[in-house]
Design a protein around this ligand. Structure first.
Ligand code: C5P
Length: 415
């Protein structure tokens, strides 16, 4: 069998290929989600060594976790199998990260106190934290909302974080106990995305990024309007990639049906004018502006108050149109002290590069990303050509998230 990473459903290389993770389970009903999480990690290319506390064994069996991770599970510090009988040392030295999911209130309390009564707490305590070879510790808390908000838990969480742990969640919502509130463990796919994000290079740490995405909708009457086939996928992928790279991201989205990427602030708008009015006051507070939205060029001068009716005469309505403001050009015209680094998109059906070069000059932006409109709208993959003052750089066909990460790296280099 070859060791080459198997491409995932979208043709991308598995995002966790080559990563070795210790997945720790402490006691809680969310252990059932940890089984799914282990599967997600393996599907993403990671090797996963599961370690379970005695309490976790009450909720899910090591047989299940072994079958999903493909490795025997460690449950005890007294296990004689490891050569020098030092599982806590071996396990914590090999890992690229330790992820504890679920992290129970009791387990976080043990961490806060530096306790080492079980293999999992022991190996968290024994993990290297030095400059050269630190093994990060990621915690996915899971507990009842009262337990989560209890000052003792909050104190322990703060202590664990001060000692270097990173929190994934918790989420908010219905809980197994029948109550609703904070303390739910994130879902398996959310946890997987958070681990993938954790490993992305933090090339935009401390930066603020503003992104527009999707189409706009120009109403003709209360039920009809003019829009286009932009799905918003590229813009949402860029917002996600920028957040993964450590930026604080604001996403101004036209009407699309896409989930908000984790950690991104989203503002929903309808028309081009609404998008313009949302973006312009925000732009000066951002370091980068990426305009991926397919903004309608024109809008009807007036929207009919009532639905326009067919009257049987065969006459068709005529709409007088006016031009929408160019949001990107308006941001690029801000005084230099208020102007973010501006990145425009050019989706063309022909002469893609020529139009992109012209657009870069006309809109006075340093970087234009060219792509073939009909070949990208609604699809999960794309090809991009970056056009700046120095020339052109092609990012070859890939899924939109991989392209977004490559684009974010290019933007970071240019800041
Ligand atoms: O529509 P056009 O080809 O000019 O779009 C090029 C770039 O300008 C894109 O980045 C788009 O988001 C932006 N744009 C804009 N406001 C408009 C039209 C386009 O921000 N009214």
């Amino acid at each position: 069998m070859s060791d080459a990473p198997i491409p995932d459903d979208r043709g991308a290389a598995p995002e966790l290929a080559g990563r070795h993770l210790v997945l720790g389970l402490s006691g809680g009903i969310a252990c059932y989600k940890a089984a799914d999480f282990a599967r997600e990690l393996v599907k993403s290319g990671a090797t996963v060594q599961v370690v379970m506390t005695e309490a976790a064994l009450q909720f899910v069996t090591p047989v299940t976790m072994q079958a999903l991770s493909g490795r025997p599970v460690h449950t005890s510090q007294w296990d004689a199998r490891p050569a020098a009988n030092m599982a806590h040392i071996d396990l914590s030295r090999e890992a690229d990260a330790i992820v504890v999911a679920p992290a129970s209130a009791d387990f976080i309390a043990q961490l806060a106190q530096g306790r080492a009564g079980e293999l999992l707490s022991l190996l968290c305590l024994a993990r290297p934290r030095g400059e050269g070879r630190a093994v990060p510790l990621l915690l996915a808390p899971a507990m009842n909302r009262e337990m989560w908000s209890h000052p003792a838990t909050q104190r322990n969480v703060a202590q664990a974080v001060a000692d270097g742990a990173l929190l994934l969640g918790p989420g908010h919502g219905a809980q197994a106990c029948g109550e609703t509130g904070d303390g739910r463990m994130l879902e398996a796919a959310e946890l997987r995305d958070a681990v993938v994000a954790f490993f992305q290079p933090k090339v935009l740490a401390g930066r603020r990024v503003l992104v527009t995405a999707g189409p706009t909708f120009e109403a003709l009457d209360p039920v009809r309007g003019i829009t286009n086939r932009s799905s918003g996928k590229m813009g949402f992928a860029i917002a996600r990639a920028a957040a993964e790279a450590g930026a604080a991201v604001t996403l101004v989205a036209g009407p699309v049906h896409l989930p908000t990427p984790a950690g991104v602030r989203r503002i929903d708008v309808g028309s081009a004018l609404q998008m313009h009015d949302a973006v312009l006051p925000l732009a000066p507070a951002h370091d980068v502006f990426v305009a991926t939205a397919a903004v309608a060029d024109w809008r009807p001068i007036a929207m009919a108050e009532e639905k326009i009716k067919k009257d049987g005469s065969g006459r068709v309505p005529a709409f007088e149109m006016t031009e929408n403001p160019d949001i990107l050009a308006a941001v690029a015209r801000l005084p230099q002290a208020q102007r973010p680094y501006c990145v425009g998109f050019a989706a063309e059906s022909h002469d893609v590069l020529r139009h992109a070069r012209e657009k870069r000059i006309r809109k006075a932006v340093p970087l234009i990303v060219a792509n073939h409109g009909p070949a990208t709208f609604g699809r999960d993959d794309n090809t991009l050509v970056l056009v700046d003052a120095r020339g052109e750089l092609e990012l070859p066909r890939a899924d939109k998230l991989s392209l977004a990460r490559a684009l974010v790296a290019q933007i970071a280099q240019r800041l």
